[in-house]
Ligand binder design. Structure first.
Ligand code: ZN
Length: 472
């Protein structure tokens, strides 16, 4: 039986861009949009056209350049917003107008100062108007998870009747729980007339760390579109992480019998590109794309990994575009990993020599946490020079060749000890902050030439968007 296809709606350029420090200029958005196209996402939400001239231009240029995926533009539920979004889509291959309006009582009362009846009417009118312009219309009842369920059903039914083709159910404030969110999707499917004719979508925020779990719960109850972002960036704690959603389905098809069109080997390059553009590093332990996601330091793990990667890896680094996993050489590393790294550096040792190197290595690793190739080469040279019977063999380790970690390696780069790994390859966004240290610019292994070698000036248009820093 065919697996249901899940539409991946990427909102890195809209919701993601709203997160602090993640604003992007038009050129940067264009480059990222092209990477999202390579990644195979179905929908790219390119911006909020009425929010600023920069957003308008970004949507317009992305829609003109990127032709395969649907390009969505956000609009509040009013004629001016919808018209502006549509203007940005002139010449677009597959445009979508995404209309949103808050529906929870707390938003109606304090933010919009309208009644439920006015809300219902405004939502219906805006969708009806959008439909006169564009056949593909999505509607989002903002703060849906804190909206009275009966009223939510009423609004969803009204916008479907008005022509919406996708109904998105945002957990705008990251408040819901997986079972609760799944139940909400099921209730909508049971109670709303016409819902079988439209696509139900999830849009979950990560304030309680449940955005991915909630999205998957929604999918299990019939949602067929997931809104998400690269690296999970987005308002406050962020959105559901695209890479985690995609890989959860790919690694556990026994539990999640769905498929996406995402080419997973482009996940890591997309993550790197975003980190490079925004200068916001990926947290090291971030699932799938963090620099430690495939790093193994503990000796027993490294030993197992070298014998068979399946002992500790549920997916291969290559499957998500990471060139190889990292065996970090630290004080927990074993002889096996050390010997392999030495071999990769061109030095094969007898047991006694290796014991000597290992002993020095452990002393060093205790001081500098991560032993890099340059340090290891110094140790090797030392042992080669002095032979294995040198009595004061710790001299080198204690010497000034290896200054203390705090001064020399504030954020040491992980040495790679995996078979075939490129020792020169590095993870990005490690910025040295040590006194007198030159700044280590983030480097980017895979798609290194997004800007074609030309540096793109950064402009910050975020201030223009102050009034629009809310959405679904
Ligand atoms: Zn959002």
């Amino acid at each position: 039986m065919d697996r249901p296809r899940i539409t991946i709606f990427d909102t890195t350029l809209r919701d993601g861009e709203q997160s602090p420090g993640c604003s992007m200029n038009v050129q940067e958005k264009l480059h990222l949009a092209q990477q999202l196209d390579r990644l195979g996402v179905d929908v790219i939400e390119a911006g909020f056209p009425i929010a600023s001239d920069g957003d308008f231009e970004a949507v317009q240029r992305i829609a003109a350049l990127v032709r395969r995926p649907i390009i969505a533009g956000l609009a509040r539920a009013c004629k001016g917003d919808v018209d502006r979004a549509w203007q940005a889509f002139q010449g677009a291959a597959r445009p979508r107008i995404h209309v949103f309006l808050a529906t929870s009582d707390i938003h109606l009362k304090y933010k919009l100062r309208i009644t439920r009846e006015q809300c219902l009417e405004q939502a219906r009118d805006a969708v009806r108007h959008a439909k006169t312009l564009c056949s593909d219309v999505e509607f989002s009842p903002e703060d849906a998870t804190r909206t009275d369920v009966a009223f939510l059903c009423q609004v969803v039914e009204a916008v479907i009747a008005a022509g919406a083709t996708t109904v998105n159910i945002p957990d705008t404030v990251g408040y819901t729980m997986p079972e609760e969110y799944g139940n909400l999707i099921r209730t909508l499917r049971e109670k709303v007339a016409g819902i079988g004719e439209v696509t139900i979508s999830t849009h979950c925020h990560n304030d309680l760390g449940l955005a991915v779990a909630n999205s998957l719960a929604g999918v299990q109850q019939g949602a067929r579109q997931v809104e998400c972002t690269i690296n999970g960036i987005g308002e406050r704690a962020g959105n559901a992480s695209l890479e985690e959603i995609v890989m959860a389905m790919r690694v556990r098809p026994d539990r999640y019998r769905y498929e996406t069109a995402v080419a997973s080997e482009h996940l890591y390059p997309a993550s790197q590109m975003l980190a490079e553009i925004t200068r916001v590093p990926v947290q090291p332990n971030k699932a799938i794309t963090g620099r430690n996601a495939f790093a193994h330091e503990a000796g027993i793990h490294q030993d197992g990994m070298l014998k068979n990667p399946l002992t500790y890896e549920i997916m291969t680094p290559q499957s998500v575009g990471v060139p190889d996993s990292r065996l970090v050489l630290g004080k927990h590393s074993g002889r096996h990993a050390l010997a392999l790294r030495c071999e990769q550096l061109g030095h094969k040792f007898e047991r006694r020599e290796l014991d000597e190197i290992y002993r020095k290595f452990v002393v060093l690793a205790d001081r500098i946490k991560k032993v890099q190739d340059s340090h290891l080469l110094e140790l090797i040279q030392d042992v080669s020079r002095g032979g294995v019977n040198v009595s004061n063999s710790d001299d080198a380790v204690q010497s000034k060749k290896f200054p203390p970690a705090a001064a020399s390696l504030p954020f040491p780069r992980a040495a790679s000890a995996a078979a075939g790994a490129n020792p020169n390859e590095s993870y990005p966004a490690q910025v040295s902050r040590g006194a007198g240290q030159s700044q280590v610019r983030p480097s980017c292994p895979a798609p290194a030439n997004w800007f074609g070698g030309v540096s793109v000036p950064r402009t910050d248009h975020h201030s223009e968007q102050e009034d629009y820093l809310w959405g679904v």
